[in-house]
Design a protein around this ligand. Sequence first.
Ligand code: ATP
Ligand code: MG
Length: 440
Amino acid sequence: MALITKRVYGAEDVLPKDSYKWQFLEQLMRSEASAYGFKEIRTPVFEHTELFQRGVGDTTDIVQKEMYTFNTKGGTSLTLKPEGTAGAARALLEHALYNDGLPVKVYYITPCYRYEKKQANRYREFHQFGMETYGSESPAADAEMICAAQSIFDRLYIGDKLRLELNSIGCPECRAKYYEALKEYFSQYKDQLCETCLSRLERNPMRILDCKSPVCSEIAKGAPVVLDYICDDCKEHFEEVKSLLDSAGVKYSINPKIVRGLDYYTRTVFEFVTDELGAQGTVCGGGRYDGLIEELGGQHLPSLGFALGIERLLALLEAMGAEIPNNDECELYIATMGKRSQSKAFELLAQVRSTSMHAETDIVGRSLRAQMKYADKIGAKFSLVLGDNEIDSNKAELKNMESGEKTEISLDGRFLNEFISASAHNSAKAVFLNKEDKKD
Ligand code: ATP
Ligand code: MG
């Protein structure tokens, strides 16, 4: 039978040698979200297609061009989630989470699926970390959301490598005037706009500002900017968000061109952008979507959130040469010689592993020399050899594989304590991230 060795175009494997990076980032995001009082929500990878048509908006690139939609055998149209917000909002409504008191604050880590052209840092299956707050109209919620995203970057020492760009796109009332201005402007270019944008001209002209086609984006450069059209309430909201960010020491710049790719955004929108990743420079994007829950059939429940692309964050860390701590590293390798030695090794390993430390021994029957080579290859920090002498005297030499330094270790009841103090001394050097990177 032919070997099937090709993964789906645009989808990536995370191989064992790299998975510690994902685990590290996921752990950091979870702990940051929890520090801000957000709890995890997990929703299915597919939803009814209509959820995204309504929740993401049917004038968006996502719904018009990028969804993986299919019919089940029973004839129901389902779609693989292209983003995390719609599913979270659906679950909020379905389980009436708002009854437990407001605000409801959730986060998610999820794969997303978009049928788009594969480019550097743009995939068809990718992963988002996102946070959502439901039930607050206050600018404090916007500021808290932005601070949370900033904290994640700060904890990775890349806070200063990303630009926070901020805009307000107003509410439906003040946007009506803006739409008129946009329609008037873009109507002059009807013969040049792409087909999708032509169809957007009447229904949602702001989407044209988000079009990736070179012609449309060139035309969009001269379009009226939304900040000139927002009403006094929206202005005041925006000012308060900025002032709270100032209080928190979060730096930002105003970019009146940001409109975000989803239909449901209102008022605050923001992006964290880097120049290190070429065209795919947006690592994180979010904002307020006060109309979303009503759009899905719920009550008026002002909400907001952001989504951060994990692949792009990893690519940025890599581009900067940041070292991600590897907790997969083997602390101890015990080399064995024969049955008696192997059985002693299993006894000692059970103790070390009971503390969740990573420790190994030979399980393929290698020679002693080959075992030591293997210990080196897997980067074991310490090793020890168990021969008859060692077992009889209850003492062995613990070798620091990096320095070559050897210390005596007892193989009796004192073994675990002695090993922990030896290895703790060693790991004191390990830092959270390469602090050298922080300086430049
Ligand atoms: P872009 O302008 O790059 O297409 P977007 O506006 O479509 O981004 P969002 O829907 O806001 O992106 O998704 C939030 C984040 O998810 C993005 O900032 C990015 O980091 C990441 N992301 C979006 N699409 C992809 C993709 N196809 N591959 C990898 N990451 C992605
Ligand atoms: Mg996109």
